[in-house]
Ligand binder design. Sequence first.
Ligand SMILES: C[S@@+](CC[C@H](N)C(=O)[O-])C[C@H]1O[C@@H](n2cnc3c(N)ncnc32)[C@H](O)[C@@H]1O
Length: 289
Amino acid sequence: MANFDKSKAYAPQEQETAFFDDGREIELLHFIYSHPDLDRIRGSPKNVLAAIDEYGRTKKYLMNVGEDKGRIVTDLIAEVKPQTMVELGGYVGYSCLLFGHALLASSGPSAIYYSLERNPEFAAVITSLVDLAGLSSTVKVVVGSSDESLHRLHASGSLTKIDLMFLDHYKPAYTTDLKLCEELGLVTIGSVLAADNVIKPGNPPYLEYVRSSVQEKRAKAGEKGEGGGKAKGIPEKNVKMYEKRFGEARFSQSKGNPNLVYESRLVNSFEPTGVPDGVEITRCVSEEK
Ligand SMILES: C[S@@+](CC[C@H](N)C(=O)[O-])C[C@H]1O[C@@H](n2cnc3c(N)ncnc32)[C@H](O)[C@@H]1O
């Protein structure tokens, strides 16, 4: 994996074209379960990841976090040693396998990785591959819209604090879900956030929020209309694609906790297609009263 050639990472005819949900996710399962090396793949998160990469390289594009940006988050896991990690948007489980494996290695068998995925077919693919990789006791796949799942996990007492959260779902929901986590006390002092795709396709409302001072957030929290959906500055193509698949998006209306102080910085990186992107790393360092 060290000499990975990005230009060969994904089927070239489909680079830049975020096709999904045309049956390729189930086709991926058939590809892996009929793989000549299945015995080597079974029980090995690394080999399951390599098989997903092989499918993406030789068959069809898959919208996975990929190796470059993945390393930013696995380094963060090694540093933070989270006991509870949450990802918003699991797709076929690439990030879940990569980060779930890193979590087990850094934090031990008591650590839990929640993968929140709205599409039940994608969630079933994740569950199957997590089982194949032998990570079922670390990873919990939660089916449903992220805001509803966060509410449910909190209400059941399963989730009380998020040590590390990977945001990789519907771009306008990054800010609204973060505010919901703040309001529920899930994101608090010590929590760390890693937000993907803040350059490609971009997420100006999220970057503005996590880079704002407490005073700026307090002033905005009082404004009329705050707390609603925020697609401003996010490419329309991205918003339309989501609405076509899921219908009109619903957003948490939470006002969050503007008193939380964040330190935030961009780490530049690349999409698996070779396109420049970045991951925003945000640490909640204190709370102003
Ligand atoms: C870019 S893909 C995630 C890729 C995955 N994190 C990886 O790197 O392997 C985005 C996923 O978010 C899911 N999604 C979109 N909106 C969501 C929501 N509100 N709640 C949960 N999942 C959502 C989509 O169904 C899709 O599978």
